[in-house]
Write a protein that binds this ligand. Structure first.
Ligand code: HEC
Ligand code: HEC
Ligand code: HEC
Ligand code: HEC
Ligand code: HEC
Ligand code: HEC
Ligand code: HEC
Ligand code: HEC
Ligand code: HEC
Length: 374
């Protein structure tokens, strides 16, 4: 429904933009005299006019960097693109080209050209541009990392395409720049399943977002990463399909580590913590089933995983952890009691502290008033 409405709306915008531009041309022509005299400066809305030159093969120009900018427009590729059916006039994207001769081209190299031209996508795709505004790529660009992804890196320009969600196409798109991570991911339990046509496993954008791409440079991303996993791993129906237990998130929260992270989130929202989240034990892009000897959670590797944070841990240490098991009065009486102890003592302690602070502030205010009175 929403998608359909967006389509209609974007269609209208196309008409509005087109009419606006045509009106501007008319004004230009009318205010500057005869059409024929001004033909060369007046904006041309007919792509045919531009193609009169740009359909010629082998057209190119050399930028100051020495790089070559191809100027031939591939009509067939454009027609096959997502924009093909809409017959978008060139000048609605090339708003700065208003006939021939063109304004002198003032870009140092190819990347500057790409970064500049990309601004035009936002004219019609406001929602995507808005959600990309402060993502990790925009942040990298702002610090001068020119290779950070912009619209045409993932979509292309004249042959614009839309990667199909939940398919390897998405991972390949990101993998063009994140090659090492792509390779790790390909070999992970998620990546291998994706390659066999599974659409239930996460690809890059399910964990990082599509246009609002998030990453570990935003501290809350790490802190809230268990919630990303929980989105699927808490879904019993989904997990049942693969014979994977669906209580790993709940048992994580019930465990020392999870409980501490939750408490931490409440007291210091959005800040870094050294407490483990799922990925500290399972890995991120290389996640494997615990039965896989390469897995960080494989029985022979698990001690090493714990030792990263518990350097003194000995061979028995992992078994002291309950894994993803809910402590109950039967299987671990002491831990179960400790759990209840926490549930009662922590609220009482924090409540008591808060009460104390409130009383203290009352007291000091009264003292100040009494002092003021003399
Ligand atoms: C008479 C031939 C001719 C026509 C018509 C023409 N161009 Fe060009 N275009 C060129 C040439 C030649 C260049 C190479 C750079 C230059 O000379 O400005 C170029 C360069 C460009 C560039 C590269 C960047 C730049 O600004 O130089 C773009 C984009 C472009 N043209 C778009 C268009 C569009 C859009 C139209 C239609 C409104 C159009 N051209 C019509 C010949 C033409
Ligand atoms: C949907 C928007 C859009 C439309 C429609 C469009 N262009 Fe472009 N064009 C771009 C973008 C964006 C770039 C920069 C591509 C890049 O380097 O990332 C570009 C680049 C170019 C270039 C430089 C060569 C290159 O590949 O970078 C030329 C020449 C050009 N366009 C001409 C045209 C002509 C002629 C038309 C109409 C027949 C047209 N464009 C239609 C968006 C568009
Ligand atoms: C003049 C308006 C206009 C501009 C500028 C424009 N587009 Fe589009 N775009 C459209 C229209 C119209 C559609 C098809 C209807 C729709 O999907 O909303 C579309 C569709 C798309 C789609 C497919 C959407 C879907 O749901 O299937 C992608 C991807 C896309 N555009 C990318 C780009 C990129 C990248 C740029 C910049 C190079 C760009 N567009 C510039 C008008 C525009
Ligand atoms: C890092 C890669 C990347 C960048 C950069 C990017 N996109 Fe996308 N975009 C995607 C992927 C992947 C999809 C496929 C949709 C999905 O996975 O849900 C998509 C989908 C879309 C769609 C279709 C909308 C929909 O709901 O399906 C449009 C339109 C679009 N992008 C426009 C843009 C525009 C405009 C920009 C620049 C502001 C941009 N994209 C930047 C990767 C990217
Ligand atoms: C199962 C969820 C998940 C999937 C799938 C995933 N990521 Fe990640 N990714 C994460 C998490 C969580 C982090 C943050 C790790 C941390 O906090 O230390 C991360 C970190 C990153 C980083 C920055 C840190 C680094 O290692 O350089 C990049 C870049 C990245 N991912 C790209 C990708 C790409 C590209 C893909 C697809 C090929 C992908 N991710 C697939 C969850 C995922
Ligand atoms: C055109 C190249 C390019 C493409 C395509 C690309 N990225 Fe990136 N990405 C970068 C660059 C460059 C950085 C910044 C690296 C740095 O700061 O060192 C980055 C950074 C990241 C980070 C790390 C941010 C952090 O917090 O440290 C994540 C996560 C990420 N990209 C995810 C993705 C995903 C998901 C896709 C696909 C949808 C994608 N990227 C596609 C170039 C790209
Ligand atoms: C988009 C849904 C989704 C997300 C998000 C997701 N997973 Fe998965 N995960 C799956 C599915 C589905 C499987 C089963 C794949 C199969 O067996 O083919 C799986 C399998 C696994 C397995 C292997 C289970 C086994 O024993 O076979 C582990 C471990 C795992 N995921 C951990 C994680 C972690 C950690 C995160 C977060 C960083 C995460 N997953 C995010 C859907 C997801
Ligand atoms: C302290 C380390 C640690 C943390 C934190 C952790 N796990 Fe695990 N996880 C393990 C170990 C070890 C195993 C294998 C033995 C077991 O099942 O207890 C495992 C097993 C799993 C399995 C496989 C279960 C099956 O049926 O095959 C999944 C799925 C899983 N974890 C997901 C998660 C998710 C999601 C999180 C975060 C919410 C998480 N884990 C947090 C260590 C951890
Ligand atoms: C990313 C770092 C990290 C990893 C990896 C990690 N832990 Fe911990 N663990 C901690 C921190 C920090 C605490 C203290 C939590 C607190 O203050 O409540 C803790 C507390 C514990 C406790 C509570 C008792 C104690 O010693 O304080 C146990 C038991 C425990 N971890 C077991 C494990 C096991 C078993 C593994 C491996 C499967 C593991 N941890 C992996 C950081 C980690």
């Amino acid at each position: 429904m929403k998608a359909q409405r967006t389509h209609v709306w974007r269609g209208w915008r196309l008409v509005v933009l087109g009419c606006g531009a045509a009106a501007a041309a008319l004004v230009l022509v009318v205010t500057t005299g005869s059409a024929s005299a001004q033909e060369e400066q007046a904006p041309q809305f007919d792509s045919e006019y531009c193609l009169g030159c740009h359909a010629n093969p082998g057209m190119q120009t050399t930028l100051p960097s020495g790089e070559v900018l191809d100027l031939t427009f591939d009509v067939a590729a454009h027609e096959a693109s997502v924009h093909g059916p809409y017959d978008i006039p060139c000048v609605l994207c090339h708003t700065d080209v208003t006939g021939f001769p063109h304004e002198p081209l003032d870009v140092a190299d190819l990347r500057v050209w790409t970064l500049e031209r990309n601004q035009s996508c936002a004219n019609c795709h406001e929602d995507e541009a808005e959600s990309a505004r402060d993502n990790v790529h925009a942040a990298a660009l702002a610090t001068g990392v020119r290779e950070a992804a912009v619209c045409t890196d993932c979509h292309d320009a004249h042959n614009a395409r839309k990667p199909v969600a939940h398919t390897p196409e998405v991972a390949e798109t990101c993998g063009e720049c994140h090659g090492e991570i792509y390779q790790l991911y390909e070999g992970s339990v998620h990546g291998e399943a994706l390659a066999t046509g599974n659409r239930d496993v996460p690809t890059c954008t399910d964990c990082h977002g599509v246009h609002d791409v998030g990453g570990p440079s935003q501290s809350e991303f790490h802190l809230f990463s268990p919630q990303i996993c929980a989105g699927c791993h808490q879904d019993k129906e989904l997990m049942d399909r693969y014979g994977v237990r669906a209580d790993t998130f709940d048992t994580y929260i019930a465990d020392f580590h999870g409980e501490t992270v939750v408490l931490f989130e409440a007291l210091a929202p959005g800040q870094e913590t050294n407490k483990p989240v799922c990925i500290d034990c399972h890995g991120v892009h290389n996640i494997q089933s615990a039965d896989n000897p390469d897995s960080q959670t494989f029985k022979d590797n698990i001690l090493g995983t714990c030792q990263r944070c518990h350097p003194d841990a000995s061979i028995n240490f992992p078994s002291a952890w309950l894994g993803h098991y809910t402590p109950s009065a039967d299987n671990a009486l002491l831990v179960w009691l400790a759990g209840w102890f926490y549930k009662i003592v922590i609220p009482v302690t924090i409540g008591g502290m808060l009460g104390y602070v409130v009383l203290l502030s009352f007291r000091s205010r009264r003292s100040r008033k009494e002092a003021a009175r003399g």
